[in-house]
Ligand binder design. Structure first.
Ligand SMILES: NC(=O)c1ccc[n+]([C@@H]2O[C@H](COP(=O)([O-])OP(=O)(O)OC[C@H]3O[C@@H](n4cnc5c(N)ncnc54)[C@H](OP(=O)(O)O)[C@@H]3O)[C@@H](O)[C@H]2O)c1
Length: 266
């Protein structure tokens, strides 16, 4: 059995993962982290029956129990600290939480390498979203002009989403985006063209009634290609990909980014 500790265990994604791990024949829940439910049984805290795992208020405290992998779906402000703590305690990590910047990933990569441990981070652990990204990377080989649309619910705390930030960074590695009219030459507020991540503009919508979706729009004279992924309202799409990463991360060293890297590049 693979023993996992889930940080953010009482959250929207964490709850779905706890439920899947408690039912699994492959995984065992060794720990759970969340501040408000600290001291309670995690099963009870998320509306199931008691399971014997008590919620800890910190990752350090939770990892006192023998653990093979930390899975983090907590908050952008604490995820880096959680992962660095985990590595120092000899535990590889899977990062679902968004909001980390390139310099944060660099710090995590160096730390993982120094401990000879693995970390897998993906802005989107949905397998169909990984397919959408894979298709966009393929299209970028042939199409020089692109922009990204990032949709989410009104109260999502970070912008742009981890999914679209990671997509823009990966697209840049395939080819540079060509802007027909440079942003610097435009008349009017430059913000209207979105935020440029590694040369690709990302436009973020945050509205009631919307759920997570992203779209890579490619344009050529008189034709368009759109590659879009839409998630529903539950956290179910992220469970299988996260658990796949938790299985694989134990045999890795250093940082791997993107579920598509795990699925399509091995
Ligand atoms: N990569 C992907 O596929 C994917 C999919 C879904 C979501 N996400 C990302 O995952 C993150 C979590 O999303 P969510 O919607 O599940 O969030 P959520 O519902 O707000 O849940 C957050 C969880 O983290 C805990 N938490 C918050 N701050 C904490 C802190 N300082 N220390 C310890 N625990 C803390 C919360 O409990 P307490 O407040 O009680 O501490 C709660 O259990 C976000 O960054 C989101 O964008 C990524």
């Amino acid at each position: 059995m693979i023993r996992v500790c889930i940080a953010g265990a009482t959250g929207w994604t964490g709850k779905a993962l706890v439920a899947a791990v408690l039912k699994s024949q492959t995984f065992e829940l060794s720990g759970a982290v969340a501040r408000q439910s600290a001291g309670r049984d995690i099963g009870e805290a998320i509306g199931f029956s008691r399971c014997g795992v008590i919620v800890s208020g910190s990752v350090r405290e939770a990892l006192a129990a023998p653990t093979d992998v930390l899975i983090d779906y907590s908050h952008p402000t604490v995820v880096k600290e959680h992962v660095l703590t985990s590595l120092k305690l000899g535990v590889p990590a899977v990062i679902g939480t968004s909001g980390l910047k390139p310099e944060d990933f660099e710090e995590i990569r160096l730390e993982a390498e120094s401990w000879n441990l693995g970390v897998i981070a993906a802005g989107n652990f949905s397998i169909t979203a990984a397919l959408a990204k894979h298709c966009a990377l393929l299209a970028a080989k042939y199409l020089p002009h692109r922009e990204i649309l990032d949709y989410a619910q009104a109260d999502k705390p970070d912008v742009p989403s981890g999914t679209t930030r990671e997509l823009a960074e990966s697209l840049a590695r395939v080819r540079a985006n060509e802007m027909v009219k440079p942003i610097a030459d435009l008349i009017g507020p430059k913000e209207a063209r979105g935020v440029c991540v590694e040369g690709t503009p990302i436009h973020s919508l945050r509205l009631p009634g919307y759920t997570l979706a992203f779209e890579t729009a490619f344009g050529l004279p008189d034709e368009r290609l759109t590659i879009r992924h839409d998630a529903g309202t539950s956290a179910e799409p992220y469970v299988a990909g996260t658990l796949l990463a938790a299985e694989r991360v134990r045999n890795l060293k250093g940082l791997v980014r993107g579920l598509d890297t795990l699925l399509f590049k091995e």
